[in-house]
Design a protein around this ligand. Structure first.
Ligand SMILES: C[S@@+](CC[C@H](N)C(=O)[O-])C[C@H]1O[C@@H](n2cnc3c(N)ncnc32)[C@H](O)[C@@H]1O
Length: 160
């Protein structure tokens, strides 16, 4: 089992848990960005699983290419990613679903800060959706691809 993350803190936590479970002899920890897994040899891994990491990676194709490189022929990737692209086309009276018409000027200010800091077309957390994920996988050489799109639209309790 290889644990890989860009955060030393997260790897330390993984290591503490593995030690507690008595499975350290089966674990390896790699401190690396997802799009550079050079510490892992070509075609040496049976399966890759990742959740909510790709969203932080600018070079998403590089990440898929690395997953393809380290996998043995016939290996699998299982990944989960939140898709943010669709959430930001709201009516100006709404903010994350809440009616903000009485404070619309403030809501617009906040929208414009987000639009500056995370432009929807270029920010790595916003600029992709499930179709891009399929295309990245195809370009990285994954012959068979399965996509499940799960949409949750729920009311959040208002926060102060
Ligand atoms: C939202 S957390 C998800 C953690 C875990 N995969 C889970 O599902 O609970 C995002 C993780 O991605 C890692 N991360 C962010 N940017 C990364 C990068 N460029 N390369 C590798 N890991 C990265 C963070 O350190 C963090 O552990």
């Amino acid at each position: 089992m290889i644990f890989s993350d860009i955060s030393r803190d997260l790897l330390d936590l993984d290591e503490a848990l593995a030690r507690q479970m008595g499975v350290m002899d089966r674990c390896r920890f790699i401190h690396a960005p997802a799009d550079d897994l050079s510490a892992i040899g070509d075609a040496t891994v049976d399966a890759v699983t990742t959740r909510s990491v790709l969203i932080y990676v600018a070079d998403k194709q590089g990440y898929f290419n690395e997953m393809g490189r380290v996998l043995r022929p016939g290996g699998h990737v299982s990944l989960f990613e939140p898709i943010n692209r669709y959430s930001y086309d709201e009516d100006p009276n709404r903010f994350w679903g809440f009616d903000v018409s009485p404070v619309q000027d403030i809501a617009e200010k906040i929208h414009s800060v987000y639009a500056q800091r995370q432009p929807i077309d270029s920010d790595q957390m916003m600029n992709f959706d499930e179709r891009n994920l399929l295309a990245f996988a195809e370009r990285a050489g994954f012959a068979e691809r399965h996509l499940e799109l799960h949409v949750d639209i729920t009311r959040w309790p208002p926060r102060p």
